[in-house]
Write a protein that binds this ligand. Sequence first.
Ligand SMILES: Nc1ncnc2c1ncn2[C@@H]1O[C@H](COP(=O)(O)OP(=O)(O)OP(=O)(O)O)[C@@H](O)[C@H]1O
Ligand code: SF4
Ligand SMILES: [Mg+2]
Length: 371
Amino acid sequence: MTLSDDRSRLGSPAVTELPEDVTIATEEGRRLAEQLADNRRHARKLLEVRNLSTQFFTRDGVVHAVDDVSFEVDYGETLGLVGESGCGKSVTALSLTRLVPNPPGKIVSGEIILDGINLLKLSSEEMRLLRGKKIGFIFQDPMTSLNPTLTIGYQIAESARMHLRLSRKDADERAVELLSKVGIPRSRDRMRDYPHQFSGGMRQRVMIAIALACDPMLLLADEPTTALDVTIQAQILELIRSLSEEFGTAVILITHDLGIAAGMCQRVNVMYAGRIVETGMVDDIFETPQMPYAWGLLDSLPRLDEQKGARLRTIEGLPPDLIDPADECRFSPRCTYARDVCRQKEPQLTDRVGERHAARCWGTEPGGWIQ
Ligand SMILES: Nc1ncnc2c1ncn2[C@@H]1O[C@H](COP(=O)(O)OP(=O)(O)OP(=O)(O)O)[C@@H](O)[C@H]1O
Ligand code: SF4
Ligand SMILES: [Mg+2]
């Protein structure tokens, strides 16, 4: 198929994906993908995740780390992914980039459509090209992501050179510009320095510069500030927010801290035991949470009106084992409102009052026993 063959089909809103016989590994395919992306930009979501399941095949059994998860991200939106340790936040992010360690991990089902391209249908090489160009990452610990033997300047410029096909000189200029944008003083001089010559906060700024070097459409930030002290944490979050506004980049912000999500995100997905248990606009989640687990997370937030020195409430008990989970509400062993039905069948995510607000709870469904 040639580009001109396909031009007539491009005008049709029904064309939403790259035709199967066209690959983005070719120049023609890339142009076609760009045109399709333009076609869809105003009508579609940037990211559509449908029924995604990722499992780990271990000696003890199959870990259902991400279990039938569906969500969307709008162009330019910041979506929070929150939940306790082990609920599947990072495995969701790894799945979106197809970086789940295999073995033992595997995406076993679902669809991940980024800007109209079904990522699970791409070859490894196509995925590698797309990863740098369309998706940027920031991880919790920059030391594990930065190469200690290469200069900071090289690491930023390399990314721009590879994915934007810039000359060495232009890529270096872009690196200097990005370093100064992320708040590194004397950026031109610091290009020659190595990661160990930067403080923790500065390394995280460098990671942000690398992530943005290719002007990605989506930034995945997995606990980007947990290792930093509170002041630096606030600065880094503000930097992510202002850069995403400036570049129009959508962000998936992964955090176990609902307070951070409240300050940064337009919408929030609450995850528990591999499932999304509540999703909604940030105000709906904070003002009218519909799921006892979300209440628990909110209760464990420090409040301004709380007496100084008061102990934070925590959610009693531990999340369940994700090996072959039973057909029940996964929060039921810890939920003080649980009834028999909760232990007999798992509730679905059902719509609640509020924009795109849904929750997974028998008790708070219309007619349920929690009002
Ligand atoms: N390589 C692996 N092998 C087996 N199980 C794994 C592997 N990686 C993750 N898991 C399991 O997948 C589940 C989800 O883990 P994940 O790392 O996504 O949690 P998380 O929500 O990011 O937690 P945290 O807040 O601690 O980072 C956990 O039960 C974890 O034990
Ligand atoms: S479904 Fe039942 S056990 Fe689960 S959160 Fe709701 S009330 Fe609690
Ligand atoms: Mg994690």
